[in-house]
Ligand binder design. Structure first.
Ligand code: GDG
Length: 500
């Protein structure tokens, strides 16, 4: 393929142009566990909902521009009713542009693959959150089986053609190898690993480490958010497998196949969020939220996460508790509003975390509340996109306190949504986002005193200082936006030639 223009500021248009120029004539297939659209039954009717999150925001327009195929697990209760015999349906339903092919998994497969090996073994293994991973042979068997199922679905679609494949995340570590063994040089594969890659001392305990490394080394490109994760991966390969590591190119050559290992920090649709956050629909949602919660006259501290032990939610609550102990002048002056959608509830550690959060909220409110004020409001529900942006606008501060996080999109969404230039971000130094968002107030969530003082500092910044910091944060997210992430990875992928 000819050389690709270096774009400095990526837009949705640039990405669509790149796809039109370079991808036409080839099949383009995205594979992820989570699907971009889900069909659910609501009040007796089938509803099509777009999945949330950055990956879908970034990839959906790409797929729409290139009439691609997206392979994912069909987990919606009405998914089977709308697909054809091969599990396919054109999406989005209002203006169909590309094919979603659903892979059907049994309950046992979902249990062993998703809840089991993906989220009880790989998730804790990759995050330094001091949760012991659980490796069960039966989970691993389902993990292998489900990766094979995804491979079958992809290979059926590829047939005898040549295709570019883009795999997402840690649920599908074995897929590249199965695909390359079956279709070899007719496939060019990129894979993005959305969570951290641990250091070698941690990784080496994994009983299936060789299979996982070999699976990932069948990719042509393997992406991580930050250099540190890339280096950890290369170190793991160096110490576990016979291979040649090219330290200039950051690549690994094993059995004659080269994999480029690259850092590509993911981001959000800055322009889209920035504009939409002051639309009439979001303004209306702000009013509704202000009526729902007693925030009037208070300084509002926000938190928003999936309820997950990597997100440091108890640590955040305890920092607010300490703030009220240490600086009692904030009593009745602040409210901490934490939104959190329950996730992975079938896993014991997630249930225990929910109970712990309930207990801590109860204790803090009991300790500090007055007749008409509770310092903490904890809400467990899913917000629509407009409600999400409205929520971000309620805050004087947004606190992201992950114990470890590949990137963290909440931090970047909060910054993008504040086109009023107001608000401040308090951010854990253990997120990938902290490498870019250095004008946030950076904290160590394990250090309660320093965390508490970070919140104090953020609440006390002068208007001038706060505006300057926020402007810099916004410039960074605007430049390093989601289209840049997707554009950079795709440009690299499209440089590969299909070998005869
Ligand atoms: C993994 C990595 C990496 C949350 N509640 C609602 C809602 N959300 C959305 C947020 C945000 C997303 O979920 C969460 O993204 P994060 O990046 O914070 O975290 P993970 O889910 O752990 O994601 C992470 C990411 O992959 C991407 O590579 O950054 O490090 O762990 O977009 O807005 N969205 C809506 N309603 C909610 O109630 N609409």
């Amino acid at each position: 393929m000819s050389s690709l223009k270096e774009v400095t500021m990526w837009t949705k248009g640039d990405l669509q142009k790149l796809i039109k120029e370079k991808l036409s004539g080839y099949k383009f297939i995205v594979v992820s566990n989570r699907q971009p659209y889900v069909h659910v039954m609501k009040k007796g009717k089938i509803e099509c909902q777009r999945g949330a999150g950055g990956v879908i925001t970034a990839l959906d327009p790409i797929m729409q521009a290139c009439n691609g195929l997206w392979v994912a697990y069909g987990n919606g209760d009405a998914d089977r009713r709308v697909t054809d015999a091969e599990g396919k349906i054109m999406v989005p339903s209002e203006n169909p542009k590309y094919t979603l092919k659903r892979v059907w998994l049994t309950k046992e497969e979902e249990d062993g693959h998703y809840y089991g090996f993906s989220n009880e073994a790989l998730w804790p293994l990759c995050h330094m959150a001091f949760q012991r991973p659980v490796f069960k042979n039966s989970d691993w068997e389902y993990y292998v089986q489900v990766n094979k199922k995804f491979a079958e679905a992809v290979l059926k679609e590829v047939g005898k053609k040549k295709a570019f494949i883009w795999i997402q995340d840690y649920h599908l570590a074995l897929l590249p190898k199965i695909l390359k063994e079956a279709a070899g040089k007719r496939l060019i594969i990129a894979h993005f690993w959305h969570i951290p890659w641990p250091n070698f001392e941690t990784f080496r305990i994994c009983p299936q480490k060789h299979d996982i490394l070999e699976g990932l080394l069948s990719n042509d490109i393997l992406g991580f958010h930050i250099r540190h994760h890339r280096d950890n991966f290369i170190d793991a390969v160096d110490r576990e497998l016979e291979s040649k590591i090219d330290k200039e190119r950051f690549s690994v050559i094993r059995s004659g196949h080269e994999t480029l290992i690259r850092p590509h920090p993911i981001s959000v649709d800055f322009e889209g969020i920035s504009e939409t956050s002051h639309s009439p629909a979001v303004n209306a949602a702000v009013e509704i939220l202000r009526e729902e919660f007693p925030l009037k006259g208070k300084r509002v501290i926000l938190g928003l996460d999936r309820i997950d032990y990597t997100k440091g939610i108890p640590e955040r609550l305890l920092a607010v508790d300490r703030l009220l102990e240490k600086y009692p002048k904030f009593k009745e002056k602040i409210v901490f509003l934490q939104m959190g959608e329950i996730s992975r509830i079938h896993i014991g550690k997630y249930k225990a975390l929910n109970d712990e959060i309930n207990r801590v909220v109860e204790e803090i409110n009991w300790k500090h509340s007055t007749d008409d004020w509770d310092p903490v409001i904890m809400v467990r529900r899913h917000l629509s996109f407009h409600e999400l942006l409205a929520f971000y606008r309620l805050g004087d501060l947004c606190v992201v306190s992950s114990l470890h996080d590949g990137m963290n999109l909440v931090a970047k969404e909060f910054v993008s949504s504040r086109s009023d230039g107001e608000g401040m971000l308090v951010l854990s130094q253990f997120t990938g986002a902290a490498r870019e968002l250095t004008d946030a107030i950076l904290i160590n969530p394990y250090d309660r005193e320093q965390f508490c003082d970070g919140i104090f500092q953020a609440l006390n910044l002068s208007d001038d200082e706060r505006h300057k910091r926020m402007e810099k944060l916004r410039q960074i997210v605007q430049h390093n936006n989601i289209y840049r992430w997707a554009g950079k990875i795709l440009s690299e992928l499209l440089r590969f030639e299909f070998k005869e």
